[in-house]
Design a protein. Sequence first.
Length: 188
Amino acid sequence: MNIIQKLSISCLLLFVICCLSCKKDKLVTNVKFLGHKGAGSNFFNDVHMENTIPSFAQAIETLDGVETDVAMSLDGTIWMYHNQDVNDYDCNEDPERFIPVMNDEELAQIMLCHESKKDRIYKLAELVAFWESRGKNFYISLDIKPTFPSWVFELVEGRSSYYDKLAASLANLPNVNYGFNSLIINKY
């Protein structure tokens, strides 16, 4: 065995000894880890559909909170759904439909499908109720989608009017503290 081989083996042994002898304390950080769309993404081997209560329940088992995408219906209800067109995962594959120009009754009837997973579209109020039932707080980050076609905003009195009404709906959610410690709102 030459000197380079001996030195390599010695370095490897030293590295292994150092790694095994290191104290393995729990990492302490102020960084909050959020599950994107809960614990679902629909393109991976997720157990649950994205942006659903089961997906959020799974995410908060190990994370500090969740991120969800939201849009407001004609009735002023905030619904959680990622894409602009609800038919991206609609089991019935109806023609193009957008949450801002649909009423709550229509949205409540939509079943979502992806591979072997099935679920429905949930209201943000249902996530807040789930949040309250947990007995511990977790963070909720809202991603407000501005990517609807312009004709959608024209049907709801314009983009500014839509966002004003959405903000009012958020303000009316019960028992929510809109501080940096509970709810983070993102608008791109």
